[in-house]
Design a protein around this ligand. Structure first.
Ligand code: IMP
Length: 423
């Protein structure tokens, strides 16, 4: 009998909702923080006590000294990037080798996976996904094709296995006539990363997590990317290559659905998207620019401008349904301060047809809005719900009614302290 539970914390739109900050706030309530999908395409920013860290592969629970952090089997890892990220944390005084456990079943991102990522994007012409260029798609492709290399392979006959997969990639690149690349320096660092990572605890994390649950320990599953980037449920083909949704928690950590208790869905008080793909709420006017500027909406991994728009209830309702979200967390509410009116997308319209449910294809859909009055107060200074301006209360209430799910936590600024838990 397992006494502990898994709670999932998921970005439920296009990623970049601010998961890093919330995991960091939640961590004291859990014994273990685990990543279950994705890799260094993620960029989880955490700001506290005037310091800023961007985590890519390492779970955000790493800042609490007594917690176990797990990179689960559903993740993909680039040893060179992992080494850079880990060394930065070690230099800042965080001990990792005891507390960070990596699944032997997680897949390795090779330097040639990154070249393949570029080659496939180049070959796509106008239909580019706009990937982060971290080799995510090609690595998950090798996983599905049963040709990938896993962390556990580092422990046995690695050189041969690496040479074979690299040769396979080189052949594909040759066939694609994509030969203008040089990975010499990158590969040196990558091999150094392999050596470095082998000094960590490479374990059967699925067995470990289930043991923790039996012992009554609670696990926080930290999502990456967002529901609309899920390989099955997102805006395919403009998606990432893993299951970013709550089903991915089970497959990416090796826990059963009955082990999951709460599913926290994080969204921003407005919408953003990086990379290509349909985005019905996208604003091309000064309001979009204003949201980007006030919200500092530039990619944590690639530095690209994020596309901005009003909040999208069609996407949120779909995400709540797919993930079985039990509680919502609204981030960056303060970015909406000062707008005279705030719009909310309540439906999509295409060829004269109004749709409240997520259609198969969102390309060509226009947003149908409802307008609500804005507020002039500065939310970032508020510390409790009783101080909220009435218009902000109305905004929250409207969203809760439409989404049929409570918003239990509100973030009003980047710092840990600017988080209001509603009673
Ligand atoms: P990939 O995951 O690098 O293959 O990129 C696929 C798509 O997902 C691109 O549109 C990326 O911009 C987007 N993406 C990947 N990771 C993140 C993330 O952590 N936040 C937001 N978008 C992401």
């Amino acid at each position: 009998m397992k006494k502990g539970k898994v709670d999932a914390l998921l970005g439920i739109v296009f990623g970049d909702e601010g998961k890093g900050k919330v995991v960091d706030v939640f961590t004291p309530d859990y014994d273990v923080v685990a990543r279950f999908a994705g890799g260094p395409n993620a960029g989880h920013t955490i700001i506290f006590e005037g310091k800023k860290f961007v985590l890519r592969s390492i779970p955000s629970g790493i800042f609490a000294q007594d917690k176990i952090n797990i990179i689960g089997n559903g993740c993909v890892i680039a040893p060179d990037l992992f080494m850079a990220e880990a060394k930065e944390l070690e230099a800042a005084g965080y001990e990792l080798k005891e507390r960070l456990h990596i699944s032997k079943r997680a897949h390795l991102i090779l330097p040639t996976h990154r070249v393949l990522d570029r080659a496939y994007e180049a070959a796509k012409g106008k239909a580019k996904v706009g990937t982060t260029g971290k080799g995510i798609g090609p690595t998950y492709s090798d996983k599905a094709a049963r040709t990938g290399l896993r962390i556990g392979d580092i422990l046995d006959g690695f050189e041969e296995k690496y040479a074979a997969l690299k040769a396979r990639h080189e052949q594909i690149l040759h066939d694609l006539h994509y030969t203008d690349y040089d990975i010499t320096e990158e590969e040196k660092l990558w091999l150094e990363g392999i050596k470095y990572i082998s000094g960590f605890q490479l374990t059967d994390t699925e067995i470990e997590i289930n043991r923790y649950l039996k012992e009554g320990k609670n696990v926080l599953a930290e999502g990456a990317q967002g529901t609309m980037l899920d390989i099955d449920h997102g805006t395919y083909p403009f998606v990432s290559s893993s299951n970013t949704t709550s089903g991915g928690v089970c497959t990416g950590l090796g826990v059963g659905p009955t082990d999951i208790r709460e599913v926290f869905g994080i969204f921003k008080a407005y919408s953003t998207r990086v990379g290509s793909g349909p985005f019905p709420v996208e604003l091309f006017d000064e309001t979009g620019d204003k949201l980007r500027e006030i919200g500092h909406e530039y990619g944590a991994v690639t530095g690209r401008n994020r596309r901005c728009g009003w909040v999208d209830l069609v996407a949120l309702k779909y995400a709540i349904m797919i993930n079985g979200v039990t509680q919502l967390i609204m981030m960056k509410s303060d970015v909406l301060d000062g707008f005279d009116t705030i719009k909310v997308c309540v439906a999509y319209k295409k060829d004269g047809k109004v749709m409240e449910n997520m259609p198969f294809e969102t390309e060509g859909c226009e947003a149908v809005y409802k307008e609500l009055p804005g507020w002039k107060e500065n939310l970032s200074k508020l510390t409790e719900e009783s101080q909220f301006p009435q218009e902000f209360r109305n905004y929250i209430q409207f969203l809760e009614t439409e989404l049929e799910t409570p918003i239990t936590i509100l973030s009003v600024g980047p710092d840990r302290a600017q988080t209001i838990v509603r009673k």
